[in-house]
Design a protein around this ligand. Structure first.
Ligand SMILES: Cc1cc2nc3c(=O)[nH]c(=O)nc-3n(C[C@H](O)[C@H](O)[C@H](O)COP(=O)(O)O)c2cc1C
Length: 191
């Protein structure tokens, strides 16, 4: 066990028939997630007690799962220690965790994750691409922007839009176009 690294690992978390980008925090050997309580992921981990971290480098999938849903045909079932879990077929690797709630606050909850099984399926080499990184940044800001329409977040998204256009490949540009559809941004000038 040990595919994830110290710090925050931005993975696509799958729960039952649901996928969303989530940060898995690894500090001093302990895995945690901080989940906004309105999300399907939070509801599902409380209900079923497991989550799968999918390691995947498709920028379009990060945007799709941050703002939309995948059809149930997009998941593969795995039997892990008596849990029937869902993972993504395109994952280069996946880790199934058992989940315990550590702390519930009004808007968020902290959960501790215990690794049950890791699988490496099709590891690939990923040369660093600032466009890809900016898709992740823009998607993080975008999920918050949808909440509060903060113009500062809009400015950050526009900054990352520039980097995606300059440094990204076709898949990053497709992710940006999709992000703009979900956010209703990209066309009109800054406020
Ligand atoms: C890279 C990235 C990391 C994210 N990390 C978290 C996180 O750690 N906790 C959280 O509650 N939301 C996080 N989000 C936001 C969720 O992905 C977003 O709210 C999503 O709509 C939740 O989907 P769900 O309702 O299907 O669970 C993150 C988004 C992105 C793009």
């Amino acid at each position: 066990m040990g595919l994830l690294q110290e710090g925050i690992n931005e993975v696509i978390a799958t729960t039952w028939s649901n996928a969303a980008p989530m940060g898995i925090v690894l500090r001093d050997g302990v895995y945690r997630m901080v989940l906004f309580r309105g999300s399907h992921t939070a509801m599902n981990v409380e209900r079923w007690g497991w989550v799968v971290a999918n390691i995947i480098h498709d920028p379009v999938l990060y945007v799709k799962t941050a703002f939309g849903d995948l059809p149930s045909s997009a998941f593969i079932e795995e039997d892990v220690e008596g849990f029937l879990v869902h993972r993504l077929p395109g994952a280069e690797a996946w880790i199934a965790f058992q989940v315990d709630v550590e702390n519930r606050a009004r808007e968020s909850m902290t959960v501790v994750l215990s690794p049950m099984k890791e699988a490496v399926l099709s590891p690939a080499v990923h040369p660093v691409n600032r466009g890809f990184n900016s898709v992740i940044e823009a998607a993080v800001h975008g999920t918050r922007y949808l909440w509060n329409k903060d113009p500062e977040l809009r400015r950050l998204i526009d900054h990352h839009r520039g980097l995606i256009r300059r440094c990204g490949g076709p898949r990053e540009l497709e992710a940006l176009a999709l992000l703009d559809v979900f956010l209703g941004t990209g066309k009109e000038p800054l406020p």
